[in-house]
Design a protein around this ligand. Sequence first.
Ligand code: PHE
Length: 454
Amino acid sequence: MTTETRQSIHGEWSSHWAFIFAATGAAVGLGNIWKFPYIAGLNGGGAFVLVYLICILIIGIPLLMAEIVIGRNGRQNPVFAIRTLALEANASARCSWIGYLIILSGFLILTYYAVITGWTLDYIWQAASRDFVAKNAQGISALFNQLISNPWLVIFYQTVVIAATVLVISRGIRKGIEKTVLIMFPTMIILLLLLVGYSMDSGHFIAGLKYLFKPNFHELSAASALSALGHAFFTLSLATGSIMMYGAYLPRKASVTEASCIIAAADTGIALLAGIAIFPIVFANHLHADAGPSLIFQTLPLAFGQMPFGSFFATLFFIMLFLAAFTSALSLLEPTVAWMIERFKLHRTHAAIIAGSIIWLLGLGTVFSFNLWPSLKIIHASFFEALDYLTANIMLPLGGLLVAFFTGWLMKKQTSKYELNYKNGKLFSAWRFTLRYISPIAILIIFLNFIGMI
Ligand code: PHE
């Protein structure tokens, strides 16, 4: 079959804008609003943000393009797409292992992602019931602990999130994902902008900006550089099959480069906006920026509880967080479901239910790591921390390295030339050079530096 005639059996987005919305919705999630501010806070702010931005630019964007190229050309789930393109280039069919690795990463991420998305539902409820008002730090942290130490409540929310994700995915590309994202994503942006306005008005705006943008290189260690790299992958949804899968539904005429730049710019812009919304509020209330994962679940509610209209804006904040997380959860499930449909000829709904149930089951590990199994430690980390570390800091960089290697060295050059369709040959060479040398070397340096080998 030739490139032009290959088609996805799951259909296509209705336009290239639908793809851009869906992929940006996939990219913007807990990573931008929950994780980015807290890891920036833990790693000292500015210098970390700088490394992260460099990673997005020289590793993230070229890889984003590579994944869309593979997806759109292969028009199948990542495993089959990579296998098809490998065979076309007379490379080994074993390259499809790269596809398994990345789908598995997305699958594992969803097991804990759904649990944390569930927390946001509880927080919408708490904020709307004015639970944060006039509470001190102990009071707020008691609320958080009450939630995470109650397995039944967390399982309830996790179940709601996974059931909703399964429902949307089983309705397919246009009727399910596209329709949902087209409503949720713009709503999320409007809420975020409202919150930035609120923070400018009532927070310590300049202190927040300084914290985010003033580099302090003493704080930058090899471990923070690895976190910045891992986070660049995580936030752009790279090496999880999400972008590659969404790319398989991209109409032929759309420009891959334009779409990639818009997605990366929107994702980065939203992470920075989230930081700009959060840190001024944290500083205005004399709280600490380096609280870690509890930054937005404890520090922020504490701040909101002291502020005028705090409950209202806290409710908006957690609704925004839920919307952002949900559109990402969709993209984490789709690659596995598409693979199951293509591999086992399953009905979409059945595939989604089976995958969702396994994810639910594995997710209990994350739920219990905060209550029933607090003492279960995997190399000093809880089940959840270990899973987050394994996926974000090891599997994603490794998957990214392999995708870059595959696209740059193994796949036919004509395939990417055809998909990128540049008038200017220099641009193509620059992209390919980056993918062949710069991205893999940068990933290796950060990785080896971290494990102490260089
Ligand atoms: N990019 C999403 C976020 O920032 C998380 C995600 C990772 C979604 C991988 C899909 C695939 O929250």
